[in-house]
Design a protein around this ligand. Structure first.
Ligand SMILES: NC(=O)c1ccc[n+]([C@@H]2O[C@H](COP(=O)([O-])OP(=O)(O)OC[C@H]3O[C@@H](n4cnc5c(N)ncnc54)[C@H](OP(=O)(O)O)[C@@H]3O)[C@@H](O)[C@H]2O)c1
Length: 215
């Protein structure tokens, strides 16, 4: 059975996974980019940009998030800043002509849209019939590999509440956001059967934590 995995989901010390006021200029919201100060210098990310970056524990953690992944699921806000019905087909994601996915990506939305084929193997499919349907479609498309749940916060919270996430890797960054979208507030992860399976100090991150669902 393919797993549903979250990787490198970055939160502040006070638990926020995105800042307030997301828009075209601020995809991660106010102060949100500070959450990724551990990820940007990694070799994994820099290689995707045609450069070389740092090796070490943060890079190893980042690299694990791309291993054996056959499909992704994203929330519509992670895909872009447009809200409400799609005005046209102009918006194609934050990532340019060749997004870093290279596999099918299922975008949860209430607003239907035709699939979007990008360079390098990424095809965005827009799913309007809920998280279980998106997961089923992603599993079917993943060809026996795992499915990565990219985010954002609202999407991860839904899958977590439904106990559908098998492995949730959170990276705690050394910043305070003070406000924004809180990842775990009001979710009783313990009652849902999650436990801390692993925790490793990072180099630029405070820690990498893996929560796993009990069998
Ligand atoms: N910290 C990190 O590591 C990390 C990782 C990824 C993203 N992010 C950030 O997180 C933020 C986005 O998160 P978010 O919580 O605002 O939103 P999100 O989870 O990306 O998307 C939420 C939107 O997706 C659609 N959606 C979600 N569930 C649905 C369902 N069951 N059925 C139909 N549509 C559904 C709805 O859009 P419509 O109703 O408009 O269609 C909903 O408003 C961004 O700032 C992003 O950069 C952070």
């Amino acid at each position: 059975m393919t797993k549903l995995r979250v990787h490198g989901f970055s939160i502040s010390i006070d638990g926020y996974g995105a800042g307030t006021s997301q828009d075209l200029e601020h995809p991660l919201g106010r102060n949100g980019p500070e959450l990724f100060a551990w990820f940007m210098p990694t070799n994994t990310w820099q290689q995707m940009r045609g450069s070389t970056g740092e090796s070490g524990v943060d890079d190893e953690t980042a690299a694990r998030g791309f291993a054996n992944i056959g499909a992704w699921i994203l929330g519509r806000n992670m895909f872009g800043p447009i809200r409400g019905p799609w005005p046209d087909d102009t918006w194609k994601g934050w990532w340019g002509d060749e997004p870093p996915y290279h596999v099918p990506v299922f975008v949860l939305t209430h607003h239907p849209r035709a699939p979007l084929e990008m360079k390098g193997g990424t095809v965005f499919h827009f799913v309007t019939d809920g998280i279980e349907s998106a997961l089923q479609q992603a599993r079917n498309a993943a060809g026996g590999r795992d499915v990565r749940l990219g985010g954002g916060v609202a999407t991860i919270r839904q899958y977590l509440r439904a106990r559908l996430i098998d492995e949730l890797h959170i990276t705690i960054s050394p910043v305070l956001l003070g406000a924004g979208e809180h990842l775990l507030h009001g979710i009783d992860t313990r009652a849902l059967g999650y436990e801390c399976a692993q925790h490793t100090p990072g180099k630029r991150a405070i820690a990498h934590v893996v929560l796993r669902k009990e069998a």
